[in-house]
Design a protein around this ligand. Structure first.
Ligand code: PLP
Length: 393
C-alpha cells in the first residue's frame, strides 16, 4: 500500500477534483501536463539552479545539541527558516512559476490569508517579470499590513476580498472567479497541498526537495538515510508533505503531524482538523474539514496565522484515517513556550507555526538514541509582535 497519490488523484478516500464545470479546462490543462513538464531535463535544471542560487538550498540539517540534551533524544532541525523569504513556501512558488512559464501563462494569481504565500508568490513573479495579482480578505489586509507592504514593494497588485467573513476563504473564492474568467493566460498558484488534483501532488513534489536533502544529510551525520521520526506542523500541510515525502512508504519511519489546538480543542477556538474534522469538500478536494452539523465550514482559530485553516490536505487526511501518521495538537500557550525555549537553547527564533512542532517534546517521550528530524518551517521575524505581546517583552 502506498501513501502517495494514485492516478485518479486520490490518497485513499481523500483528494480528487470537485470543481465547477467552468474551471474544468484550466485544471485539466494542468493535470494532463504537470508530470511531463516536471520531468523534463530542462525544467529540472532550471528548478534546481534557482533553488540553489536564489532560495539558498540545500538548507542545513542542524543537530540541535542543547535542545536534544534537554529532551533526551537526538533532535535534528531542517532549516527551512534559512530559505529566501524566511520559510519553505518559496520552494513551491519557484516550481509553480516555472510551470506557468512552460504552460505559456503570463499572468499569475494567488490567494493569501496571513500574507506569507502572497509574499512568496510576489517574490517569484518579480524574479520572472510576470504580472501578479494577490487576492486577500479585507480583514486580513488590515491585520497583516507589513506583508501587504512587502507584496506591493515586490510589484504585486493586492485585491481586497469584501464578501463573507472577508478572510482567506473569501479570497480563495475571488481567485477562483478570476481564473474562470481568464483561463488562457493565467496560472493560479496555490500555496499548500490543498485544492483540486493535481495541486496537492504537484505542491508535494516541489516541496519534496526537503526530504530528498534530509536523506543525504542524515546519511552523512548518522550513517543512515531514514530517521526514527519526522515531525512537522500542519496548516494545509505543505512543509509536512515535503519532509514526509521520501519516507511516506517506509514503515520504519514514524510520521508525526502537529496541529494547532488554539485555546484548546474543545473551546471552539481551535484549528485541530484531525480531532474535530469530518469528511467534506473544501477548495475542490475531499478531505477532513471542520464543519457544523449541517456542513457549514467552521471558522478556525490559532495564534499562528499559517495554521489557521479549517482543513488539511488530502495526503494528511489519509495519513490520519489510516493511522500511518501520529497526530498531536498543541495549544497557543504551549507553542509560544516552545518557541521561546528554542531561542534560549539554540539561538534560533522560530515562526510560531514551527513552534507548534517543537512543543511536542514536552508532551511525548522519545528514547535517548532515537533520531528525530523536525522541519523548522520558518523564522520568527514575522511573528515578533505576537511574541512581544505574549511575553511582555
Ligand atoms: C504557511 C506556513 C506554515 C503552514 O503551511 P503548510 O502548508 O502547512 O506548511 C507553516 N510554517 C510556516 C513558517 C509557514 O509560513
Amino acid at each position: 500500500m502506498s501513501y502517495q497519490v494514485n492516478e485518479k488523484g486520490y490518497y485513499g478516500d481523500f483528494g480528487g477534483a470537485f470543481i465547477p464545470e467552468m474551471l474544468y479546462p484550466n485544471v485539466e490543462e494542468l493535470r494532463s501536463q504537470y508530470l511531463e513538464i516536471m520531468q523534463e531535463e530542462d525544467f529540472q535544471k532550471e528548478f534546481r539552479q534557482l533553488l540553489k542560487d536564489y532560495v539558498g538550498r540545500p538548507t542545513p540539517l542542524y543537530f540541535a545539541e542543547r535542545f536534544s540534551q534537554n529532551y533526551g533524544a537526538k533532535i535534528y532541525l531542517k532549516r527551512e527558516d534559512l530559505c529566501h523569504t524566511g520559510a519553505h513556501k518559496v520552494n513551491n512558488t519557484v516550481g509553480q512559476i516555472l510551470m506557468a512559464k512552460r504552460l505559456g501563462k503570463n499572468r499569475i494569481i494567488a490567494e493569501t490569508g496571513a500574507g506569507q504565500h502572497g509574499v512568496a508568490t510576489a517574490t517569484v513573479c518579480a524574479l520572472m517579470g510576470i504580472e501578479c495579482i494577490v487576492y486577500m480578505g479585507e480583514v486580513d489586509i488590515k491585520r497583516q499590513a507589513p506583508n501587504v507592504a512587502r507584496m506591493k514593494m515586490l510589484g504585486a497588485t493586492v485585491v481586497p476580498a469584501t464578501s463573507g467573513s472577508k478572510t482567506l476563504k473569501d479570497a480563495t473564492n475571488e481567485a477562483i472567479r478570476d481564473w474562470i474568467n481568464n483561463p488562457l493566460d493565467t496560472h493560479y498558484i496555490i500555496g499548500s497541498v490543498v485544492g483540486p488534483h493535481p495541486y496537492p501532488d504537484m505542491v508535494a513534489r516541489f516541496q519534496s526537495v526537503i526530504s530528498e536533502e534530509v536523506k543525504t544529510q542524515l546519511k552523512e551525520k548518522e550513517g543512515r538515510e531514514a530517521p526514527d521520526h519526522v515531525v512537522a506542523c500542519v496548516g494545509g500541510g505543505s512543509n509536512a508533505a515535503g519532509i514526509y515525502y521520501h519516507y511516506l512508504d517506509n514503515a520504519k519511519v514514524n510520521i508525526i503531524a502537529v496541529e494547532a489546538a488554539g485555546e484548546g480543542i474543545l473551546t471552539g477556538k481551535s484549528a485541530a482538523t484531525s480531532a474535530l474534522g469530518r469528511e467534506g469538500i473544501i477548495h475542490g478536494s475531499k478531505t477532513l474539514l471542520m464543519q457544523t452539523d449541517d456542513g457549514q465550514i467552521t471558522e478556525p482559530y490559532s495564534i499562528s496565522a499559517g495554521l489557521d485553516y479549517p482543513g488539511v490536505g488530502p495526503m494528511h487526511a489519509n495519513l490520519f484515517r489510516t493511522g500511518r501518521g501520529e497526530f498531536i495538537s498543541i495549544t497557543d500557550e504551549d507553542a509560544m513556550a516552545a518557541g521561546l525555549q528554542l531561542c534560549k537553547l539554540e539561538g534560533i527564533i522560530p515562526a510560531i507555526e514551527t513552534a507548534h512542532a517543537l512543543a511536542i517534546f514536552d508532551k511525548r517521550k522519545f528514547k535517548k538514541d532515537e533520531v528525530v528530524v523536525v522541519n523548522l518551517s520558518g523564522r520568527g521575524d514575522k511573528d515578533l509582535n505576537t511574541y512581544i505581546e505574549h511575553f511582555n517583552l
